[in-house]
Ligand binder design. Sequence first.
Ligand code: SF4
Length: 461
Amino acid sequence: MKTTSVATAYQIAPRTEKVTIESHVNSEVDEEPPGKRVVIHKVEEEEPPSSNATGRNRLFRHVPDTAWSDWKWHFRNRITTVDQLSRLVPLSTEEQAQIQLVTRRYPLSITPYYLSLIDPGDPDDPISKQAIPSIMELTMGSLGLEDPLGEKEDSVVPGLVHRYPDRALMVLTDICPMLCRHCTRKREWRHGGWVRPDDEIEAILGYLRCNRQIRDVILSGGDPLTLSTQQLERIIARIREIKHIEIIRIGSRFPVVLPQRIDAELCAMLSKYGPIWLNTHFNHPREITAESAAACDRLLRAGVPVNNQSVLLKGINDNAETILKLCHGLLKIKVRPYYLFQCDEVQGTEHLRTPVETGIKIIEGMRGYTSGLAIPTFVVDLVQSGGKVPLQPNYVLSMSENELLLKNYEGQIFRYRNPSVPVQSEAAAPVSGHVESLLAENSRPAEDKGEVNADRVILRS
Ligand code: SF4
């Protein structure tokens, strides 16, 4: 049930006032042009997660509670054809023909639960835009790359991407309960549903065993929670046998698109093999429902911390107001906003991509106006296996050996003394005295003192 009380949500207003420059600051520093930054004002209270009962009653009233709360029922009853979709969502004949065309290249799959979140009265509905194919997937399809992140090149054995020294990503399946229109692995959709066969899992485990620098394994897909709990347990238990693997991460959108999957059986299994972290993928505050909140709560109670990785999407969440509301909503359900990704340069997603400046401005509009805990890191994942690059507003106007000129969130500019470390100075004396007394306590012979001082210089240079 939605509340009508008023107090703390936020809206963005263009910055119109002049940026204040502290009088002690060098006047040569350029002022920020008015209107460039955004300011967030508190205007009304954020709503608690609401149930999707309205959508369910409208579309799936006939479905008994036992089926609705069973993830396998949702999975079996995914909407995968234009015929099915047009019976549930108002679509013109032209729209149906366009979707039919798109699905020949990029298939359609929506869970009944996620479909029930769509507001049929909103032509810009953010849920609908993530789930229902758009003709622009084809008309703008010449832009972008099939595999912009170069995941194929980084595959060391089939199904294992090893790009960073201490982490490796296992692709267990290409099946997802919902096919998100902005997906980076859209290229995989045409190959039908598959689950990684046992012999390839064995080869992956062999690689992990032999590469002792890998301490973090990410289970990915598709969505790895598509596998049965028993299948997953077999894999997770084998990974846990490898002593140098410290943590396991699961990348899954199930808490958002089919939260019923996070059931007692799954949580009991995961709780046996910690530390396991789960990264999920909320993109819009409307996705935070009583059901998704309960799924995250079940994971947390099973000892599985939940982080969120959003993708910045045009017309869906590309403004500070929406991202702030999303991040506050996530914190309220104890999910940490972790990354905000620039939408990858993937063929068939160009219509959802935003200029990079949009992401930077969103972070600028949040920083200082809410707790750092609510602010995700905005990142671009580079093409050709370049990896992630964090981007943020530029707060450093100049930097020298002695001083930085820094801009705060309100555009005010400050000098900041840059501490330098003298090689030999009075400031070093107490430290050297402390080092010598420590050494003396450890009965170091007197004749070694010169050596001790030499060590100190090396340490501090
Ligand atoms: S859940 Fe993730 S992998 Fe699956 S379709 Fe959506 S974005 Fe792609």
